[in-house]
Ligand binder design. Structure first.
Ligand code: FAD
Ligand code: NAI
Length: 474
């Protein structure tokens, strides 16, 4: 006999596990199915984000930044470090502990919220009188029925044609996060978010890093001024970023040889100890049995949804990386919450224009809303104001004055249209901009708010003042 639920969630990444918790909070009998397992076969909920994405990458970024500071920044503070060395195995061990804390935290939250967790692969079987029948295959064999099903099956790394991931020499994000010794020469294909974050980790630990990017422009989606500053700083850090390349051949034997044409069309050959391929991700619907029940996918394999995350099937919803929109954990979470609330008859709204982006390099890059390029293309008149961290007291005390905050506001109404930052801790500073934009604030609103002194956030206030050409400290 099938166990009956109000809501079945397939996938326990940030989209799925948050949807399950919210559904349970709203009083629904909720199941969540996830197949991710630790090397010894135990459940590892949290999806890509927890296991091979956001969390482990930030753990390694922190470790490598600490090492870099100890080697380069401490001396300026009068701190002498003798015999500085990096124990990569220990760094990885710590990362694994951080990941496990998050896996365990989710299992605890499921218990606390009375979400029933099934460890295995969830597949649609059929639509019956009691709703959707979903089978679980794996350690927890079961048949469930759900009045509603939320598909939150995430995404997988895209491989280069003819160069499958072996996770030894040709690495996806999973392999890139598990390297046990610093490669002498590391190649990275794709200068996107993963390429820059992972390239930074291994560069700081001493690898010679070459990043090969197909597009002629660096960080094309980012504000041009920010991208320009980032390119300058990354080059200074020793990241060799080559733009406009065309990969011809990748061959993995004892090491990895990459043949490519450079921006001038000249044939080049590079040999690396390891190659990270980070050229985007593809939606994952493997094993869902989508075709058999008629779940509609688009031409790129994403589950087709409307603005409210409804699929073409009655009472079947989809959220997160497996649907259109940015592949970000917090976007997946917002959709998960919104779907649970829609099932409960509420009318939640997500403003995709205020979903923030952060690249956790050093300096960090963060933005929300529109770039100058987008506004120019749309013919919107705007004013912009910037303030450099060089003129910020807290940044000077920190010893990190790279970058700036830039605010773009509508020329007539002064309403904030976009905020772009590069510099220390801007992953935290961007929240003020998100709140301001959610509340429909003007640049003047931010300029009028009292910001603590000395703090990095004063750069945001000063950038708002700069929109009206009246900065106080620059
Ligand atoms: P996922 O997290 O991919 O979870 C899907 C889950 O479903 C998985 O556990 C999978 O095993 C399970 N599943 C799939 N099919 C089935 C099935 N049939 N049955 C049972 N279970 C199934 N985003 C950020 O916002 N900030 C970051 O700093 C960040 N860093 C990242 C770093 C890296 C290296 C990578 C790769 C990604 C990063 N991301 C980051 C992106 C983020 O990880 C994803 O956007 C997010 O995980 C998407 O959540 P999701 O719930 O849609 O899918
Ligand atoms: P990406 O889309 O950020 O970058 C991929 C890059 O590869 C692009 O610049 C693209 O032009 C380039 N590319 C594509 N094909 C190529 C080819 N054949 N040769 C050379 N270059 C090529 O994708 P990435 O870095 O793989 O990350 C996937 C997603 O994961 C991101 O888009 C983001 O949504 C998410 N992510 C988010 C993070 C964060 O929020 N801090 C961190 C890491 C990942």
């Amino acid at each position: 006999m099938a166990t009956a639920f109000d809501v079945i969630v397939i996938g326990a990444g940030p989209g799925g596990y948050i949807a399950a918790i919210r559904a349970a909070q709203l009083g629904f009998k909720t199941a969540c199915i996830d197949e991710w397992a630790t090397p010894d076969g135990k459940p590892a909920p949290g999806g890509t984000c927890t296991n091979v994405g956001c969390i482990p990458s930030k753990a390694l970024l922190q470790s490598s930044e600490n090492f870099d500071h100890a080697g380069h920044a401490f001396a300026d503070h009068g701190i002498t470090v003798k015999g500085l060395a990096m124990d990569v195995a220990q760094m990885q061990k710590r990362k694994n502990v951080v990941v496990k804390q998050n896996n365990d935290g989710i299992l605890f939250l499921f218990k606390k919220n009375k979400v029933e967790f099934f460890h295995g692969r969830g597949s649609f079987a059929k639509q019956g009188a009691d709703g959707w029948e979903v089978t679980v295959a794996g350690k927890a064999e079961a048949t469930l029925t759900g009045k509603h099903v939320i598909v939150a099956t995430g995404s997988n790394p895209r491989a280069l044609p003819g160069a499958p991931f072996d996770e030894k020499l040709i690495l996806s994000n999973s392999g890139a996060l598990a390297i046990l010794e610093v490669p002498k020469k590391l190649g990275v294909i794709g200068a996107g978010v993963i390429g820059l974050e992972m390239g930074s980790v291994w560069r700081r630990l001493g690898a010679e890093v070459t990043v090969l990017e197909a597009l002629p422009a660096f960080l094309g989606a980012v504000d041009e001024q920010v991208a320009k500053e980032a390119a300058k700083v990354f080059a200074k850090q020793g990241l060799n970023i080559q733009l406009g390349v065309k990969i011809a051949k990748v061959e993995a034997k004892k090491d990895v040889t990459v043949e490519y044409a450079d921006a001038a069309g000249k044939s080049q050959k590079a040999v690396f100890d390891r190659l990270i391929v980070s050229i985007g991700r593809v939606p994952n619907t493997l094993g869902l049995n989508a075709e058999a029940v008629g779940l509609k996918l688009d031409e790129r394999g994403f589950v087709t949804v409307d603005a409210d995350c409804r699929t073409n099937l009655p009472n079947v919803w989809a959220v997160g990386d497996v649907v259109r929109g940015p592949m970000l954990a917090h976007k997946a979470e917002e959709e998960g919450v919104a779907v649970a609330e829609r099932i409960a008859g509420q009318k939640p709204h997500i403003d995709f224009n205020t979903v923030p982006w952060v690249i956790y390099t050093s300096p960090e890059i963060a933005w929300v809303g529109q770039t100058e390029q987008q506004l120019k293309t749309a013919g919107v008149e705007f004013r912009s104001g910037s303030f450099p961290f060089m003129a910020n007291g807290r940044a000077r005390a920190l010893g990190d004055t790279t970058g700036f905050v830039k605010i773009i506001a509508d020329a007539k109404t002064d309403r904030i249209l976009g905020v772009h930052m590069i510099g220390p801790m801007v992953s935290e500073l961007i929240s003020e901009a998100v709140v301001a934009m959610e509340f429909g604030a003007s640049a003047e609103d931010i300029a009028l708010i009292c910001h603590a002194h000395p703090s990095l956030s004063e750069a945001t206030k000063e950038a708002a003042l700069a929109v009206h050409k009246r900065t106080l400290n620059f």
